[in-house]
Design a protein around this ligand. Structure first.
Ligand SMILES: Cc1cc2nc3c(=O)[nH]c(=O)nc-3n(C[C@H](O)[C@H](O)[C@H](O)COP(=O)(O)OP(=O)(O)OC[C@H]3O[C@@H](n4cnc5c(N)ncnc54)[C@H](O)[C@@H]3O)c2cc1C
Length: 415
């Protein structure tokens, strides 16, 4: 058997979505030239390629762009900067010593990297993960798969549709399917509040007269070859179906929008510590994981609401990774950030205390007229008052290094 040649790289970036592209551009700007971006799809841009609605880039470019338009700005720059981008290249192996194995159209390749950038995005939860009872007919799609069929392949997925889950992708698809001539009968959400952004509830459901049923779930799917009928039931406070509340919907399609899971199989292979709240790697303020020389940004780290912040995170990572590659020591993480049960998740999970940091967090449930409070011991180091706090909306909070006491963990909660 032929030995595989191992190529040396300063930085290997896994994933050419907005996080990977932004990280690559920042690395190049900081003088790192020996870079390769590995992307398993035929084209770069990540999930944005299939998001043809507008609303991207409002924070960063102050204009309304579609997903492909937003991604293209970065792809053009990658090409202009001559950064090596290898598509049709799926990374299948990553060690803690930063040896990267990739299956490409030209065969198996290996890279030894000074720094590895994890930018693999996330994937959707499926019917299997939910365990919905019933038969196994055709016509059940995740919202992202339905989006790719319609927007990338020009294939219609169905005519009479029930959407389970009120995540943003499902809401966007409710509108998209309606515009394509389908009838969206209902959006069914188990929680007492929507999982998607308020603007998407208004623009994708209310504006089209699509009903949203909170505290409901799909309890049965019937159909022989194709979906024919679903049963929807109310749920109680414990999330269990209430007998006697069943409603039947005659439909041919079920679209699932029930959550995203950061894509971290490679992360786990490399032995990187995972945060059970985000399902992504634990990082410090430099986006450095628990394994030396491996960094992470974007949806692989935590699921974002706006792509603008994904690009910003990729750039922050690029700055730190460039320092690491050129032999500068990154500050050791000494302070843990510990959210209480009012907080859904928080990134970074550890910080050095030696520099100003920006924290991204999501609350665990909706709150009104409350404050997010950061404490070290009894001392309040930051208090951010908010009229409304919603789990789908990420909150960004700046902590000044002068406000921090060295070595003391930070407790975070809604008060
Ligand atoms: C289905 C779906 C629809 C979305 N729609 C919207 C929307 O309408 N509006 C919005 O603001 N946000 C939307 N989002 C959120 C959006 O994902 C983020 O804003 C942003 O695209 C995340 O960027 P990323 O670079 O972290 O990940 P991604 O854009 O997901 O990019 C990750 C890339 O890594 C590649 N990759 C993964 N594993 C490997 C591997 N082993 N080897 C090589 N390459 C690999 C993937 O192919 C992909 O190209 C959507 C997300 C999903 C999942």
């Amino acid at each position: 058997m032929n030995e595989i040649n191992i190529e040396e790289k300063d930085a290997v970036i896994i994933g050419a979505g907005p996080a990977g592209l932004a990280a690559a551009l920042m690395l190049k700007k900081k003088g790192i030239k020996n870079i390769v971006i590995l992307e398993r799809e035929k084209n770069p841009g990540g999930i944005l390629r299939q998001c043809i609605h507008d609303g991207f880039g409002l924070v960063r470019f102050k204009e309304q762009l579609s997903g492909p338009e937003y991604a293209q700005k970065f792809i053009d720059e990658i090409l202009a900067q001559n950064i090596s981008l290898y598509t049709g290249a799926a990374v299948t192996g990553l060690t803690k010593d930063r040896l990267v194995t990739v299956v490409t159209k030209d065969g198996l390749r290996k890279y030894q990297a000074k720094a590895v950038i994890l930018a693999m995005g996330c994937r959707e939860r499926t019917r299997g993960a939910l365990g919905i009872p019933g038969t196994r007919p055709a016509g059940i799609y995740t919202a992202g798969v339905a989006q790719s069929f319609i927007n990338l392949k020009n294939l219609m997925v169905g005519h009479k549709i029930v959407i389970l889950g009120s995540g943003d992708i499902g809401l966007i698809m409710a509108r998209r399917l309606t515009l394509e001539g389908a009838e969206v009968l209902a959006v069914i959400e188990k929680l007492p509040y929507p999982s998607g952004l308020p603007r998407n509830i208004q623009q994708c459901l209310n504006d089209y007269g699509i009903p949203l049923y909170l505290r409901h779930t799909v309890t049965d799917i019937k159909g022989r070859g194709r979906v024919e009928n679903v049963t929807v039931s109310q749920v109680d406070d414990a999330g269990l179906p209430v007998p006697g509340t069943e409603k039947e919907y005659a439909c041919d399609t079920v679209v699932l929008s029930v959550g995203l899971i950061p894509e971290n199989e490679l992360t786990k292979q490399a032995g990187i510590a995972i945060d059970p709240r985000t399902n992504g790697p634990i990082v410090d303020e430099n986006m450095h994981t628990s394994v030396d020389g491996i960094f992470a940004a974007g949806n692989v780290l935590h699921v974002h609401d706006l792509v603008d912040y994904v690009s910003w995170e990729g750039e922050k990572l690029g700055q730190a990774a460039a320092r690491y590659i050129t032999g500068q020591t990154l500050p050791a993480p000494l302070i843990k950030i510990l959210p209480d049960s009012s907080i859904g998740n928080i990134v970074p999970q550890v910080i050095s205390g030696g520099q100003d940091v920006e924290i991204s967090l999501r609350v665990g449930r909706p709150w009104r007229d409350r404050a997010i409070v950061f404490k070290q011991g009894d001392a309040v180091i930051k208090k951010v008052k908010q009229k409304r706090l919603n789990p789908p909306e990420m909150v960004h909070v700046k902590l000044k290094k002068d406000s921090l006491k060295s070595g003391k963990n930070i407790m975070v909660g809604v008060e």
